[in-house]
Design a protein around this ligand. Structure first.
Ligand SMILES: Nc1ncnc2c1ncn2[C@@H]1O[C@H](COP(=O)(O)OP(=O)(O)OP(=O)(O)O)[C@@H](O)[C@H]1O
Ligand SMILES: [Mg+2]
Length: 250
């Protein structure tokens, strides 16, 4: 039997809950547009669940954004550019888990995996693609095509949603997208097929963030919430402390 632990409070971060339910999520915006804040929001929200229900593979080319989550019991792999081969290993391991899940599903005649979710989070896709495009492209292609049924989800952030950074055959599999403030109208079109992101206010000045969230056929403008850093730190500390006591098979 699978047991699921929850932290005591429920929260009102409904937008993040919704984004975590998507098969894959592509987040684009200029520097300072709030990509990392959004990523932190998704991870903090996911941390209401135990490592039996939610796991992470974190790819952090900038080595700053996701480090805080490296030692969580949820984190299967944390990879930064210090050891680039580990970033590829992270993607390979995602595929391995995905294939194991497919064979389990086949054995049990399931159309959808009946266990937890793995989020493969890439903080800056452009950095990864500039240095490792050849190795990374087929791996992302595979996960973006097949991940959904196996509950393996990609969450990728990028400053520039260009075809060189995210090749079209991969991009089309990201059915859910977030357009934060972009540098140009063309960047806005690249992420959402419409202009408008270039007109959003600058979060560094307003201390709020807005973004267009495209999900299915609809695009809506949202205020993006931000967790107080203490809340994220509290959840991280809670789970780190649980680490030695958690036993799970899988
Ligand atoms: N949802 C939000 N609510 C309030 N303030 C925000 C929000 N998002 C971003 N900000 C403000 O904008 C700053 C920059 O955000 P963030 O670091 O997430 O940008 P980024 O897109 O990751 O930039 P980079 O591409 O340089 O990594 C934050 O430090 C914060 O002050
Ligand atoms: Mg960032």
């Amino acid at each position: 039997m699978k047991r699921v632990w929850k932290t005591p409070e429920t929260d009102n971060y409904i937008l993040f809950e919704d984004m975590l339910k998507q098969s894959h999520l592509l987040i684009a915006g200029a520097t300072g547009s709030g990509k990392s804040v959004l990523e932190n929001g998704l991870i903090t929200t996911a941390l209401k669940d135990s490592p039996a229900a939610v796991q992470f593979i974190l790819i952090d080319p900038k080595m700053t954004e996701l480090q805080e989550y490296a030692a969580l019991p949820h984190t299967l792999i944390y990879a930064d550019s210090e050891r680039p081969e580990k970033m590829i290993e992270g993607l390979n391991q995602s595929i391995e888990i995905m294939m194991q899940r497919f064979s389990y599903m086949k054995r049990h005649q399931l159309k959808d995996f009946d266990g937890g979710h793995i989020y493969v989070i890439i903080d800056e896709l452009a950095d990864l693609m500039t240095t490792h495009k050849k190795a990374v492209t087929p791996l992302l292609q595979r996960i973006s095509q097949l991940g959904r049924a196996a509950h393996v989800h990609l969450i990728a952030c990028t400053q520039s949603p260009l075809a060189t950074v995210i090749p079209t055959p991969i991009k089309v599999n990201f059915d859910s997208r977030v357009g934060l403030r972009t540098a140009t109208a063309q960047d806005s079109r690249n992420i959402l097929d419409i202009k408008g992101c270039e007109l959003l206010p600058n979060p560094r000045e307003t201390h709020t963030a807005q973004g267009y969230y495209r999900q299915g056929g609809t695009i809506k403008l949202w205020n993006i919430p931000m967790y107080p850093p203490e809340e994220t730190a509290r959840r991280v500390a809670y789970w780190k402390q649980q680490k030695p006591r958690i036993i799970w098979n899988g």
